[in-house]
Design a protein around this ligand. Structure first.
Ligand SMILES: NC(=O)c1ccc[n+]([C@@H]2O[C@H](COP(=O)([O-])OP(=O)(O)OC[C@H]3O[C@@H](n4cnc5c(N)ncnc54)[C@H](O)[C@@H]3O)[C@@H](O)[C@H]2O)c1
Length: 270
């Protein structure tokens, strides 16, 4: 059953990293719910291919390390659609090479740290700054993609996880500053999600370790995260701002070690 309130008819949504796994799923879902979408990505060819499949969509070449490129993304969207209702900051610096080199702080490469913060934190800030006057005009909102790794400690990805934690605090700051003028700002925190980027960066045994801790029978998929984003972006979430919605199949909702407890009680392990 689809409530009218979660439809996005007449809305214009910018999706950064819109050519990627979760971004593309969100572009498709928002489009199916009635939105026009600006698919903005450094991978312009993939953004263009996706936009060509959607009824009202625009592909935009975006480099989040370049302030002018971010300003141009907002300007192109306004030129084409005449308004902006949703900014979905979904892009992040990812990839097998990044994940392998982003470990603990003692071994952190300063250049990798700076680049992670440039794309994830500064890029998100500049995009919000550029979009806010237009979101105020439309009564719109921002949905930032963060990560479960921003909420709990891990031995991997200290740069990535702390950059996502910074985005959570940015989310609350924007919500507090701009709520009174009608702009909401929320975040979605996916747990490990089976996108092509994730499958390339994490070997099967590590994926299995997380899957064992979920309260479903599988890892989340891009469509699962898209549903959470589209909900927060919609009028159905009109009373929600400054919040982090975790979509991780229940991974973070239980005491650690549940996989071994499950195995013990099912008699698989003494
Ligand atoms: N997949 C997961 O397990 C998982 C878990 C938690 C959070 N997330 C978050 O979800 C979001 C999407 O992840 P995904 O798995 O779909 O990965 P993805 O690599 O498919 O998507 C990221 C997109 O961002 C784009 N991008 C990268 N650098 C950019 C830049 N400088 N300028 C513009 N675009 C750029 C990439 O081209 C890509 O299309 C990210 O923010 C990620 O941190 C994913």
């Amino acid at each position: 059953m689809t409530s009218d309130a979660i439809r996005l008819d007449g809305k214009v949504a910018i999706i950064t990293g819109g050519a990627g796994g979760i971004g593309a799923a969100t572009a498709r879902l928002m489009s199916a719910r009635g939105a026009s979408v600006a698919v903005a990505d450094i991978a312009f060819d993939r953004a263009h291919a996706l936009a060509a499949q959607l009824p009202e969509a625009l592909a935009i070449a975006l480099n989040l390390e370049d302030e002018a490129s971010i300003a141009a993304m907002v300007a192109q969207t306004l030129d084409h659609f005449g308004r902006v209702d949703v900014l979905h900051n979904n892009a992040a610096l990812l990839g097998p090479d990044i994940a392998q080199n982003d470990g603990d702080i003692e071994h952190m490469d300063t250049a990798l740290w700076d680049r992670t913060y440039a794309v994830n934190v500064r890029g998100t800030m500049v995009a919000c700054r550029a979009a806010l006057p237009h979101l105020r005009a439309s009564g719109g909102n921002i949905v930032n993609t963060v990560s479960n790794l921003a909420l709990q400690g891990h031995m991997i990805q200290a740069a990535y996880s702390s950059s996502k934690a910074a985005i959570i605090q940015m989310t609350r700051a924007i919500a507090a500053s701009h709520g009174p003028s009608g702009v909401r700002c929320n975040a979605v925190a996916p747990g490990m999600t089976a996108t092509p980027a994730l499958l390339a960066a994490f070997p099967a045994p590590l994926r299995q370790a997380v899957e064992d801790e979920t309260l479903r029978d599988r890892l989340g998929e891009a469509d699962d995260i898209a549903e959470a984003v589209a909900f927060l972006a919609s009028p159905a979430a009109r009373n929600i701002t400054g919040q982090v919605l975790v979509s991780d199949g229940g991974c973070s909702s239980h005491v650690p070690g549940i996989a071994r407890f499950r195995a013990f009680f099912s008699g698989e392990q003494a």
